[in-house]
Design a protein around this ligand. Structure first.
Ligand SMILES: Nc1ncnc2c1ncn2[C@@H]1O[C@H](COP(=O)(O)OP(=O)(O)O)[C@@H](O)[C@H]1O
Ligand SMILES: [Mg+2]
Length: 467
């Protein structure tokens, strides 16, 4: 439960609300209690002031202590009836009680000795005033007190309301918040279920997008894009598997047949066995090459290939590749020539670049009829080396051109199967160029021939070619 986002969301929201409510209640309560107590004291002060005025007035009016003090008693009685029914008022001269307001509970709490000011003893609030009586050359002490019971009861009532309302508010907010969170998170739960139903078998399924503009819609959209990519790469994998097994099957069948035919029936001549072994070896060599190429591509895909980088001269490597190509070209009547080589220092994986050059030369020779020519050129171009492999061959049909760099793709399948590879040569060659921050492009192809162009950054490496 504590792991549920809904629960934590509710908890946070309720926590925040609780803190807010408690602070707010404390604030309101202390303001209210403060002002109630102030009003309470103000009434006591008013009673004291009125009494002080009356004391002086009555003494002066009656020209004598006895009559004056009696009259003060009458005034206090009137005050009791008219404006201060709940307050006790006692007037002292020293410790002698001069007059008192009648019929009031708690008069006994009134203490003559208290200092001027406000005092509280828990049950009562007592205010002490002094007033000079010039006519008698004396000083009277006025003590006003009132029970705080009503005030405290009122405040306690208010506190009770808060004690109930705050927890109830938090409780209702929690319940409401929980259901609200549940409602708001329901689409996520639904989406989780939807995603759970997607497996490699139904990768083409997509999540429903209610509103593509809100956060959930964008999440679903992102998910769908991910599914799109996954689906595409799954399709690639499936196609690769199908193509690979297809490519491996042919040489295997050929080798198997050659071996089987010679084992069945009677004994054969040495020449017949030699021929069979020649066929088997040739097919095994072809299988070995296909498996090597597939392995290289697999490494390329997982990023697991670590190039062996060294510095060397590209022109020397081209010379070497051309010598190797002539071994295939000469018997086929295809001349391989080199044009305008200059000294070309470069850094990269020599083995890979050799493989790329051989793949291009091999293609060029195999698609050029006898009497044709394959030309290799190398020129410097804005900090990069441009290698061109041109032939005078049959060209690549226009409809095949976009696909020749795809894995296992072969134009004119039937015709080139025996001679060419498994259709991996160009995809590997392009990967090699890209690995070296270069490019490999088909720059021209027609009935007169084909040109492939490789661009590789020169030494320094920073000046990678523009794509
Ligand atoms: N120089 C070229 N002339 C004509 N066609 C070519 C040439 N180079 C490549 N191709 C076409 O591109 C296809 C893919 O080449 P590649 O990937 O090397 O595969 P493979 O050589 O195994 O057939 C070839 O089958 C061929 O049809
Ligand atoms: Mg090839």
């Amino acid at each position: 439960m504590t792991n549920s986002f809904r629960f934590r969301l509710t908890l946070w929201w309720v926590g925040a609300l609780a803190v807010l409510l408690v602070l707010f209640s404390l604030g309101v309560y202390s303001m209210l209690a403060g002002s109630a107590r102030e009003r309470f004291d103000a009434t006591l002060r008013a009673a004291g002031e009125v009494t002080a005025l009356s004391v002086n007035h009555e003494i002066e009016e009656h020209h004598g202590r006895t009559e004056g003090e009696a009259s003060i008693g009458l005034v206090l009685q009137t005050m009791h009836r008219v404006s201060f029914p709940r307050q006790s008022i006692v007037v002292f001269e020293g410790m002698r009680q001069v007059a008192a307001k009648p019929g009031i509970e708690g008069l006994d709490t009134v203490t003559p000795g208290l200092a001027v000011g406000f005092h509280g003893n828990g049950a009562y609030r007592i205010a002490v005033f002094e007033t000079a009586v010039p006519a008698l050359r004396s000083k009277y002490t006025i003590v006003v007190s009132q029970s705080v019971r009503t005030l405290e009861e009122e405040l306690a009532g208010f506190r009770r309301v808060l004690y109930w309302c705050v927890p109830m508010g938090i409780l209702f907010a929690s319940i409401g918040g929980y259901f609200l969170a549940r409602r708001n998170l329901a689409p996520i739960v639904a989406m989780t279920d939807e995603v759970n139903r997607i497996t490699s078998q139904n990768l083409h399924q997509r999540l429903a997008v209610a509103n593509s503009k809100d956060e959930l819609g964008r999440l679903a959209g992102t998910f769908n894009e991910l599914l799109e990519r996954l689906n595409a790469s799954f399709d690639d994998q499936r196609r690769f598997m199908a193509d690979a097994s297809h490519e491996l099957r042919t040489p295997l069948s050929v080798a198997l047949t050659a071996a089987q035919v010679n084992l069945d029936g009677g004994p054969r001549t040495t020449a017949e066995y030699q021929e069979a072994l020649r066929i088997v070896t040739e097919q095994l060599r072809r299988l070995k090459r296909i498996v090597q190429e597939m392995f290289l591509l697999a490494q390329a895909d997982t990023g697991g290939f670590v190039p062996v980088v060294s510095s060397f001269y590209l022109d020397e490597l081209i010379q070497e590749a051309v010598r190797a190509a002539r071994i295939i070209g000469d018997p086929l009547g295809v001349r391989v020539v080199v044009e305008g080589l200059e000294e070309a220092p470069i850094s990269g994986d020599e083995g890979l670049i050799r493989q790329m050059l051989l793949a291009l030369l091999d293609n060029a020779i195999r698609h050029t009829p006898a009497g044709g020519r394959v030309t290799v050129g190398l020129v410097r171009e804005e900090g990069t080396w441009r290698v061109e492999v041109a032939d005078t061959g049959t060209g690549i049909p226009e409809e095949d051109q976009p696909y020749i760099f795809d894995r296992f793709y072969r134009a004119n399948k039937a015709r080139t199967r025996a001679a060419g590879g498994a259709g991996l040569g160009l995809s590997i060659a392009r990967w090699i160029a890209t690995l070296h921050k270069g490019t490999l492009l088909l720059t021209a192809s027609s009935g007169e021939g084909t040109v492939f162009t490789v661009r590789l950054p020169g030494v320094g490496g920073e000046e990678a070619t523009p794509r």
